[in-house]
Design a protein around this ligand. Structure first.
Ligand code: F6R
Length: 611
């Protein structure tokens, strides 16, 4: 989703801004822009579409633009108004002396706009953000103090925002603030940085400070001032970021998605490291602070998440109910927050989020927290808003994920749920999970085997790449795998793919089957194997093109299925963590075959910071 970067120092700002925006590109966007100060005048450069379009425009004016040692930049994921040049950020006021970039949504922008228009402000875009530009400009006209102008403006703004503002009358100053949207400041020597996310500044500094809601930060090349909304000075807490810039390189892979799929064996090892020490030792989850007596007496668990994280949560439900006998509800965060949900202090609420910044999930956990529930967050970003608001944390350690389509972060979430479910079972005194622990330890080798022999998957991708629709069926613990396989395929190839529980096929979806419809059965040996075979027969009888993803070596399967994708044998309970890998690869090879923009699929954003 939208991204912000700001630089102030003694170097030319333009390359730093463009590189910062490039490193945020993976989040998904549809226009971009920058504001710089050339010879004392604010100048805006904006473009619709890819960042390269902005770079081309800037290139034409490079000698001029490169004079500026201050600037703010933005990539926009359209919410209010189409992704056009006029709606691209930065936005300005009537006099053009100020520039604003914004992530989030200004909820009361209509009322603000009406008031501002009555005062003579002329709006040039359809965005909610432009109201902020006019509002801050009006406050600046009264106060002649940019920090104060931003502070007063935020008192009138409702909604979610991270904002960066520059004004040509206040040379060498950037003012930034946030509410319900991430913002981080990077400390340099004779220069300072601000961004909506770490990748934009990690190559320049590792010293960073996360800005909290309603704080206002004022940057000059040599100073950083931090105040709260009541003008009180706030202690500045800088930390050293653990990230390496190399994490953003494709390391020879054609796409980040392919690289991230291949990182999964190491991701599993990382997640297990220090937590699963030996099969006869209990799981260690240091950041889970829920009192063990309370854990034993939990009446229910609710898990909230969106998209791929929701699928990991569904596997988590299966595991916790199976191992611990505690009732678990899983719900999309966006539904959870708009109905009367029953939670109390004996309910554990788990939020799952790769980014830790998904607006719906943040709202869901805040609601649950206000009702007294303990909040446990499973996230890949221990520096995120969710992690900072959590009572307990399960950091998933997947490393930064650049491709919009989540792969390794899903794997890390799954493994974290295995650990959490075993941990809870052990706290409750259930101790027969040693075989599963052993299987978890050897899982990376099995994933490596799949990655080393991708021929069946590539062949299947070539055969079915031109399909208009795709159905994935599964039962039991692999139903979420079917949903995830379908989600990956539709996200990056734009093929209409749907996951069904195989038993539901005959209650409606079977009507769609004919010789043009591929049906992929997730056919793992175990309790539901025979039933899956029967459901596959039913689909075959309607002439569907049948694909099996299986750990069975039964050669009779060649009679029922047109294509087979084999994976190493695995217990049914752990099979979601192995079965998803070929499905990620299938989606990848189909999208690649179709020439799609694999890492940045249209309309999607990596971090969805609006509800
Ligand atoms: C799919 C994908 C999305 C996210 C969803 C939630 O590949 O990445 O479906 O899973 O937007 O995001 P997080 O996990 O950051 O809360």
């Amino acid at each position: 989703m939208c991204g912000i970067v700001g630089y102030i120092g003694r170097k030319s700002a333009i390359d730093i801004l463009l590189e910062g925006l490039t490193s945020l590109e993976y989040r998904g966007y549809d226009s971009s822009g920058i504001a710089v100060n050339i010879d004392g005048k604010i100048k805006l450069y904006k473009a619709a579409g890819k960042l390269q379009n902005l770079k081309d425009i800037v290139d034409k004016d490079y000698r001029e633009v490169s004079k500026s040692t201050i600037g703010i930049g933005h990539i926009r994921w359209a919410t209010h108004g189409a992704p056009t040049v006029e709606n691209a950020h930065p936005h300005s006021c009537n006099c053009g002396r100020l520039a604003v970039v914004h992530n989030g949504i200004i909820e009361n922008f209509k009322e603000l706009k009406e008031k501002l228009e009555k005062k003579g402000c002329v709006f040039r875009s359809q965005t909610d953000t432009e109201t902020v530009a006019h509002l801050v400009a009006a406050k600046f006209a009264e106060t002649k103090d940019l920090t104060e102008a931003v502070r007063l403006a935020t008192k009138e703004i409702e909604g979610a925002y991270a904002l960066c503002v520059i004004h040509q009358d206040v040379k060498d100053t950037i003012v930034a603030t946030r509410r319900n949207a991430p913002l981080v400041v990077g400390l340099g020597e004779g220069e300072n940085f601000v961004a909506s996310d770490v990748p934009a500044l990690i190559q320049y500094t590792k010293k960073a400070m996360y800005i909290e809601d309603n704080q206002i930060v004022t940057l000059t090349p040599d100073t950083i001032d931090l105040i709260d909304i009541d003008k009180k000075k706030v202690n500045q807490k800088f930390e050293t970021l653990p990230w390496e810039p190399v994490a953003l390189s494709k390391m020879g892979y054609k796409h980040f998605m392919l690289k991230e799929i291949h990182e999964q064996p190491d991701v599993v090892r990382n997640v297990l490291s220090g937590k699963l020490r030996a099969i006869d030792e209990p799981i260690v989850l240091k950041e889970v602070t829920l009192d063990k007596e309370k854990l034993k007496n939990l009446s229910r668990i609710q898990i909230v998440a969106c998209g791929t994280s929701l699928h990991a949560a569904m596997v988590g439900k299966y595991l916790i109910e199976d191992f611990c006998g505690i009732a678990v509800d899983v719900e999309p965060s966006s539904e959870y927050i708009y109905r009367k949900t029953i939670t109390d202090k004996n309910t554990l609420v788990i939020g799952v989020s790769q980014s830790g910044e998904t607006a719906d999930t943040i709202t869901a956990i805040r609601q649950a927290k206000s009702r007294g529930s303990h909040i446990l967050i499973v996230t890949n970003r221990p520096d995120s808003t969710m992690a900072r608001e959590a009572d307990s944390l399960v950091p998933v350690n997947a490393g930064i994920e650049v491709s919009v389509a989540a792969t390794k972060s899903y794997m890390a979430q799954l493994i974290s749920f295995y650990l959490l479910a075993i941990y809870m079972a052990e706290v409750k005194g259930i101790k027969d999970l040693e075989t599963l622990k052993h299987e978890l330890i050897i899982l990376p080798q099995k994933i490596e085997k799949i990655l080393a022999h991708k021929e069946e998957i590539q062949k299947c991708a070539r055969t079915f790449a031109n399909s208009k629709d795709f159905i994935f069926i599964a039962r039991g613990i692999n139903f979420p795998t079917a949903l995830e396989g379908a989600l990956k395929l539709k996200e990056i190839s734009y093929i209409n793919a749907t996951g069904y529980t195989a038993g539901e096929l005959k209650h409606g979806p079977i009507a769609m089957l004919d010789e043009s419809m591929p049906v992929l059965s997730i056919l793992m040996t175990g309790k539901v194997y025979e039933k899956m075979l029967s459901n596959s027969e039913e689909a075959k009888a309607r002439n569907a093109k049948m694909i099996a993803l299986t750990d069975s070596t039964d050669s009779n399967l060649y009679e029922l299925f047109d294509s087979l994708i084999h994976i190493p044998p695995i217990s049914e309970i752990l099979s979601p963590a192995l079965a998803v890998v070929p499905l990620q690869l299938l989606a990848y090879y189909i999208a690649e075959f179709l020439g799609k923009d694999v890492d940045q699929p249209r309309n999607l954003a990596k971090s969805v910071t609006v509800e």
